[in-house]
Design a protein around this ligand. Structure first.
Ligand code: SAH
Length: 391
């Protein structure tokens, strides 16, 4: 039993999902995978949580019903419900890659599950939830059929960081596994460290660029990874795309995605370099673009620069504004949960101000429907994408 401090009691009563260290009166739990009841200082039951250390806290709340057991049936019901809620996605003839379980948004923090054309990828974010793997897999396999199951363990084991990928059961996925999103094809690889080749949470943004912003335009895609935004823009009729990423693997992978969608390598350029070097080269060449996508990682370190979204987004905007055509648009995106939408907007404003340019916000995106968020925990709604037009 864990006693919760008086000032946190109301939070846990009304659905706050994280077991916070600072909310605990007395000793903190240390055995990951333990199920603990949270009570107030008068011994009244508040909720039941599991212990699992993550950057966000010491564990996640699983139920507010003191009678409910955390067993096979609990997991079975959770998956039944989460899959039921994604029927629209399963029935789609144009998209076969989406999230079917989104951690605390679906009632179990620390676990997400993505669907890729019949294969499922489990992401385990702490050691605690991983202790329930057998029960969770058992329940999952009785809720739905599948071709194959894979997992990524995203927590420290011993002193080794992320252990990477593992095949769990069923058929092995081909490499690459080609999936479809809004009618476009993307090559995936389940063995690319923490990533698979496509960030599903940007699906609606890619689609918006393709349908509303690309036709006849020149597009610069910074931090392009496998070229997802470039593919969408090119299919949408962009007359030129330039994808810039520092990682060598981006070249072949983006080429493969272009090839899969019958797009030309001539009008869709891929440049392997640091984005900050690219800016310099682009100024020298007097390059201009109608649309610039900025979707960096929260932190990165290259030979040229240590980059962090909190510190350097202003510079990214400001450098991009100089490359924009009249009435050009910047798609400013961040998945950094520690940066609020307001702070992010301030950075965008500063970036435009530094160039003495005026701007207007055209539209905004947060997480798509399959990435269900927990309304009691703002940090779970991490994605912020703002379309801003110069002038
Ligand atoms: N926008 C991408 C996802 C970006 S993932 C998409 O929609 O798919 C982050 C990418 O940024 C990685 O591919 C990494 O290689 C690249 N990256 C990190 N720092 C960089 C830098 N300074 N210059 C260029 N690319 C960088």
């Amino acid at each position: 039993m864990i006693v919760i401090k008086r000032k946190f009691k109301q939070n846990y009563k009304t659905g706050f999902p994280i077991l916070l260290k600072e909310a605990i009166l007395g000793k903190v739990p240390t055995t990951e995978g333990d199920i603990v009841q949270l009570v107030d200082d008068a011994d009244n039951y508040l909720c039941t949580a599991y212990v699992g250390y993550q950057n966000k806290g010491l564990g996640w709340v699983l139920t507010y019903d003191s009678e409910e057991k955390i067993n096979y049936t609990f997991f079975y019901k959770a998956f039944q419900r989460s899959i039921e809620l994604r029927q629209k996605f399963y029935n789609s003839t144009k998209t076969n890659a989406f999230r079917i379980f989104n951690g605390e948004g679906d009632g179990i923090g620390g676990l997400t599950i993505d669907y890729f054309d019949g294969y499922y990828m489990f992401n385990w974010y702490n050691k605690g939830i991983y202790q329930f793997k057998d029960k969770i897999m058992d329940a999952f396999m009785n809720v739905t059929s599948f071709k194959g199951i894979y997992e990524k363990r995203r927590f420290e084991e011993g002193d080794k960081a992320l252990q990477g990928d593992a095949y769990v059961c069923g058929e092995e996925a081909p490499t690459p596994l080609v999936i479809m999103e809004n009618g476009n094809y993307y090559a995936l690889d389940f063995n690319d460290g923490g990533m698979v080749g496509l960030f599903l949470d940007q699906r609606d943004v890619r689609n918006c660029i393709q349908k509303k912003y690309a036709s006849g335009k020149s597009v610069l895609n910074m931090f392009s990874y496998t070229g997802g935004f470039s593919i969408a823009a090119a299919v949408g009729g962009a007359n030129r795309t330039v994808s810039v990423d520092v990682a060598k693997r981006s070249l072949e992978w983006t080429q493969e995605n272009l090839y899969l969608n019958d797009l030309s390598l001539m009008s869709n350029e891929i440049i392997i370099t640091d984005v900050f070097d690219y800016f310099d080269a682009a100024y020298k060449a007097d390059a201009r673009f109608d649309l610039i996508v900025l979707d960096p990682p929260s932190h990165s370190k290259t030979k040229k620069k240590i980059f962090s979204v909190e510190k350097d987004y202003v510079e990214l905007i400001n450098k991009s504004v100089r490359l924009l055509n009249k009435e050009g648009v910047i798609v400013a995106s961040t998945n950094h949960s520690g940066l609020s939408r307001e702070k992010f907007m301030q950075q965008i404003e500063e970036g435009f101000k530094a160039e003495k340019a005026s701007y207007k916000v055209l539209e905004e995106f947060r997480l798509p429907e399959d990435f269900r968020v927990n309304k009691k925990f703002e940090g779970s709604n991490y994605l912020k994408v703002i379309f801003v037009q110069k002038g």
